[in-house]
Ligand binder design. Structure first.
Ligand SMILES: Cc1ncc(COP(=O)(O)O)c(C=O)c1O
Length: 392
């Protein structure tokens, strides 16, 4: 598949029409598959022969999704999971069990932050969170002989910080640890972290990969050996398996991912420029705005800015609420990556369980707003945002 372009691979990778005798991949809504003979069953279950075993372990529809996403991320193999969080949890347990430690930052998705700051430490996995995400020396100072991986999210949700993947992979590898990148916001259509040295990629496929909010899903992409061991040692026993129907919906999502990400990026840049010039708005964060502090890094590793914009309306929490409650077309939800434009108040939704200090470190203020710009006609979006700002 390597010789084809991204969009061709998104439509064809992982699918053999000969095998499935169908133009669209079938949904195998089954948890078990009769074996020809007892000997066959024994060989398949001992991995000496290819074949399906049981729905917690594998499924033919899921397998097509996994093969296709691995190709798009330029990784060797992929595991599809029931959610982005189950994917991150599985990675942490796989790499850091038995006394391993993790280094990450506080500028990450709220759920991942709670996993790292509360859940994993309670299970005995130590996580060091750097306070100044852009201070690479602080990252390095947290690495010790027990460290198993650095975990970064770029662009980060919701602060839209950009981290230099190459720099972080060089740092990780100089200490013999892995670099894990959450590529949810950019997706492989805009950024391929493995090209910059990342070892493992994780996704909330619930977002852009799905594209229309029908399925909760996640994925881990990495080296064959790691993915195989992760599957055998954790996944098959604990069962964070992606359902065949959701895998099928995600495959449909992947077919249009590239085109959607181009349009998301184009619309978001126009909306970000509008917000940047509006008198009731300050501190707009969007990677492809020239004023973004990591604009050069964004340009180096991303081919488009994706759809997330963070900004502060001038004023207080009440002003932010007033703005959010005044939009008509844009939907108020704690979600992102849909084809429709979505708006969230991170302080009281995605990051509400954090303390005031943690929120300050995460760059989430009372008047911060996150918009996930959709695929609507951009003039309609600007009109909606302009009239809502007029109410503040
Ligand atoms: C960057 C990022 N990673 C991971 C997750 C968790 O994914 P899920 O909701 O699919 O469990 C999210 C959810 O919003 C996210 O934004």
């Amino acid at each position: 598949m390597k010789k084809y372009g991204f969009q061709t691979k998104a439509l064809h990778a992982g699918l053999s029409e000969k095998e499935y005798k169908s133009l669209i991949f079938p949904i195998y809504q089954s948890v078990a598959y009769p074996y020809e003979t007892s000997e066959d069953a024994a060989l398949i279950h001992s991995f000496q022969k290819e074949g399906q075993t049981y729905g917690r372990m594998d499924n033919p529809t899921l397998e097509i999704f996994e093969k296709r996403l691995a190709v798009l991320e330029e990784g060797e193999a992929c595991i599809g999971t029931s959610s982005g969080m189950s994917a991150i949890y599985m990675i942490a347990v796989y790499f850091a069990r038995n006394g391993g430690e993790i280094v990450s930052s506080n500028r990450i998705y709220g759920g991942t932050y709670v996993l790292f700051s509360k859940v994993l430490p309670e299970l005995g996995i130590k996580v060091h969170l750097v306070k100044d995400i852009h201070n690479i020396d602080e990252w390095e100072s947290k690495i010790n002989q027990n460290t198993k991986f650095l975990f970064i999210e770029t662009p980060s949700n919701p602060s839209i910080d950009i981290l230099d993947i190459k720099r972080f992979s060089d740092l990780a590898h100089s200490h013999n640890v892995s670099l894990i990148v959450d590529n949810t916001i950019a997706t492989p259509a805009l950024q391929i972290p493995i090209k910059f040295g990342a070892d493992v990629i994780v996704h909330s496929a619930t977002k852009y990969i799905c594209g229309n909010s029908t399925s909760l899903a996640g994925a881990v992409i990495g080296r064959k050996e790691d993915i195989k061991k992760m599957r055998e040692e954790i996944y098959e026993i604990t069962g964070p398996t992606l359902s065949p129907f959701n895998a099928w919906l995600l495959l449909i999502g992947l077919e249009t991912l590239y085109i959607r990400m181009q349009k998301h990026s184009e619309n978001a840049r126009i909306v970000a420029e509008f917000l940047e010039n509006h008198p009731k708005v300050d501190s707009v964060s969007y990677p492809f705005l020239k004023g973004h502090p990591q604009f050069d890094t964004a340009k180096k590793q991303m081919s488009g800015g994706s759809s997330l914009i963070s900004f502060n309306v001038k004023g207080s929490l009440e002003d932010a609420y007033k703005f959010i409650d005044s939009v008509n077309l844009i939907k108020r939800v704690g979600h992102l990556g849909d084809s429709k434009t979505l708006i969230t108040h991170p302080r009281t939704v995605t990051h509400q369980s954090l303390t005031d200090e943690e929120r300050k470190d995460a760059n989430v203020a009372d008047n911060s707003i996150r918009i996930s710009v959709g695929l609507e006609d951009v003039n309609d979006l600007i009109e909606d945002i302009e009239q809502a700002l007029g109410k503040v």
